[in-house]
Design a protein around this ligand. Structure first.
Ligand code: NAD
Length: 284
């Protein structure tokens, strides 16, 4: 049971954790802080938080657990602002989508309290943002990855693991670098591809005509291009090298497909498409 949970960044990810823990009666009080007053008031009126703090310091000062769920680009300044106000025994965790950058900014900003920081990433979400997008069951049957480092207190990791299990999620531990490589492949690259395709079509003069005939396949593939642009800019810049490595591999693959189409090499196309179909059918 958490007595006081502070959520910094009460949007989809932060708000959903608050709602879930409240629905399980696993928290006594949730205090929230978001940069915009509008988001704070919305979170309060939706019952996501019990109290809206006017500053990060006010939100964290009496908290037992602090969950940081702001866009990646805001993490460093949020850690710096909270550092001296956090209680010595409080545990800090986050929901950022790439871990190396978050770990390094937390290490720099939190000083002695860095050992109480448990880096985390819920592998759950939607293309929607803001407090109104939050819902209590977001994490049920989803995976949460924790990436504790050598300095991380193991009791803090155990407590955060238990917190996430209460939401109905399955919790895994991973190395920071491994996390960033895996997520670049399964989440970051697909978002870049979807943004690129939909953005490319949007620039065409006949865009409306083209999209009028888009069917289920296009909708499935392009759903994630509705995600928040600033959030995804931050993720791309935070996990730069892993994404660039994969883009390089992707270019090589797409060039071979282009060549095969040019040369009427149907055999190669079937080989690639069958390999992909088999891999997907066996897992989803
Ligand atoms: P969101 O836009 O729904 O919520 C972010 C909240 O942070 C908003 O309430 C915003 O007002 C607030 N905020 C922005 N800058 C701030 C600042 N400087 N100080 C305080 N508050 C600030 O975004 P989200 O989808 O909940 O994403 C939050 C984090 O979770 C991001 O780091 C993202 O990478 C990560 N994440 C997102 C998803 C997803 O599918 N959306 C999944 C896993 C992890």
């Amino acid at each position: 049971m958490i007595n006081r949970l502070a959520v910094i960044g009460v949007g989809l990810i932060g708000g959903s954790l608050a709602l879930s823990l409240k629905s399980k009666e696993a928290v006594n009080e949730v205090v929230g802080y978001s940069r915009s007053d509008e988001a704070r008031q919305e979170a309060l009126s939706l019952g996501i938080i019990d109290k809206a703090a006017d500053s990060i310091a006010e939100a964290v000062v009496d908290a037992d657990v602090v969950f940081v769920a702001v866009p990646m680009g805001a993490m460093a300044s949020v850690f710096a602002e909270m550092s001296e106000h956090i209680r010595p025994e409080a545990i800090i965790t986050d929901g950022g989508s790439a871990k190396a950058q978050v770990v390094s900014s937390a290490r720099e900003a939190l000083g002695d309290k860095f050992k109480q920081f448990v880096p985390g990433h819920p592998i759950a979400g939607t293309e929607k943002s803001g407090p109104a997008a939050a819902f209590a069951t977001l994490y049920e049957n989803h995976r949460i990855v924790l990436t504790p480092v050598s300095e991380t207190d193991s009791a803090a990791t155990a407590k955060i693991k238990m917190m996430w299990q209460l939401t109905g999620a399955e919790v895994f531990e991973m190395d920071v670098e491994h996390h960033d490589t895996v997520l670049a492949a399964t989440s970051h690259l697909p978002h870049v591809l979807a943004f690129n395709l939909v953005g490319m079509l949007a620039q065409r003069d006949d865009c409306d005509e083209v999209l009028r005939y888009a069917a289920g396949g296009f909708r499935d593939f392009s759903r994630i291009a509705s995600s928040d642009a600033v959030m995804w800019r931050d993720i791309c810049l935070a996990n730069k090298q892993a994404i660039l490595d994969l883009l390089d591999e992707f270019h090589q693959g797409i060039n071979k497909i282009e060549q095969a189409i040019k040369e009427d090499d149907g055999e190669y196309l079937v080989e690639v498409f069958e390999r992909a179909k088999k891999a997907r059918d066996s897992r989803f």
